[in-house]
Design a protein around this ligand. Structure first.
Ligand SMILES: [Zn+2]
Ligand SMILES: [Zn+2]
Length: 333
């Protein structure tokens, strides 16, 4: 089958940012040395962009798991432009398709059934879903949000300002212009991209199916650490309307903590949660299922062991019979 045409904008964007970060950052460290101010700029912008995607694009807009004050939405719209992952409208449209058709080759935009590379980044490099590029019929509700539409309309100038303008401003302020462009710009973009993409790739391969095995999503504490709490992806796929992804107190879910903090200050409301009995029911069903498959594998192993012993015994008996038959008949001696 002929491959769909390459999307050059995305392909060059991912390649150039990666190459500049991979070559420029070590070059800068060798020639100009390490600077704490650059590391702080990298971390602050990485967290701002990352959490705008997880708490904003994902939980607020894609899933409507809570409602947010306009100031919070504006903050996320700017942070989302900084993350360089397309507009909130486009991102949410893709993501809703992902949930609706999860694991189905054709309809899930980043289906893991087409492999790690495809789910991670490949789906954005070619026009696999060209018919979908201007189809925003599944995000009609978001089209009523003025901030979403403003960000969508002015996405290009916004993303250029956030990704070039802001690092330059920081660079002039701390006296390391090139360093800021490399650390707070390129390196931060690349790290932010790939950690987010891990949710579409690794979080559908690696981890536990705590609540359901009807789809490939996994719960993974390590991925939650890299993605502001989004690693509890098995829970998320079954209870996608819940504003939390990590539901236990010890789960690392800064996106949940941020939303909760906004709610304390009156900046977020109607935080949705799945019913505790539904969560418990799903968890118990999976535990029972796991146990019964474990039991049946144990029984299977035991049966194989016994069958092997039985076969060995039969062989030994046959061998003894053969030996007896071969002996000369001594009767009559
Ligand atoms: Zn998923
Ligand atoms: Zn989701």
């Amino acid at each position: 089958m002929k491959k769909p045409p390459i999307i050059w904008l995305n392909t060059s964007l991912f390649s150039i940012t990666f190459l500049v970060a991979a070559i420029g950052v070590p070059w800068y460290l060798i020639s100009a040395g390490f600077s704490w101010s650059l590391l702080i700029a990298f971390v602050v912008l990485a967290i701002y962009a990352g959490i705008s995607i997880t708490a904003g694009y994902h939980r607020l807009w894609s899933h409507r798991a809570y409602e947010a004050h306009w100031s919070v939405r504006l903050l996320f719209a700017l942070g989302g432009a900084l993350a360089l992952q397309n507009s909130a409208l486009h991102w949410s449209s893709d993501h809703r398709e992902h949930h609706k058709h999860v694991d189905h080759d054709e309809k899930d935009p980043y289906s893991i059934s087409r492999g790690f590379w495809f789910a991670h980044i490949g789906w954005m490099l070619r026009e696999y879903h060209e018919h979908r590029y201007n189809d925003y019929s599944n995000v009609k509700d978001l089209q009523k949000d003025k901030i979403v539409m403003w960000q969508h309309k002015y996405y290009l100038p916004l993303t250029l300002f956030m990704n070039i303008g802001v690092p330059l401003i920081i660079g002039f302020a701390i006296g390391h212009v090139w360093g800021a462009v490399l650390f707070a710009g390129f390196l931060r973009i690349v790290v932010g991209h790939h950690t987010t993409f891990f949710i579409n790739s690794l979080a559908h391969i690696w981890g536990k199916q705590t609540y359901t095995d009807k789809n490939s999503a996994r719960d993974n504490g390590f991925l939650a650490f890299l993605t502001y709490g989004e690693g509890y992806h098995n829970f998320h796929h079954i209870f996608s309307g819940d504003y939390r992804n990590g539901i236990r107190w010890y789960h690392f879910d800064p996106s949940k903590w941020l939303i909760k903090t906004f709610a304390w200050f009156g900046l977020a409301k109607n935080l949705k949660k799945a019913k505790p009995y539904q969560i418990k029911k799903a968890r118990l069903e999976m535990a029972i299922k796991r146990l019964s498959t474990r039991q049946s594998t144990m029984a299977q192993r035991l049966r194989e062991k016994l069958e092997a012993q039985y076969d060995a015994l039969l062989e030994e008996l046959q061998a003894q019979l053969r030996v007896q038959n071969q002996r000369p008949d001594r009767q009559g001696d």
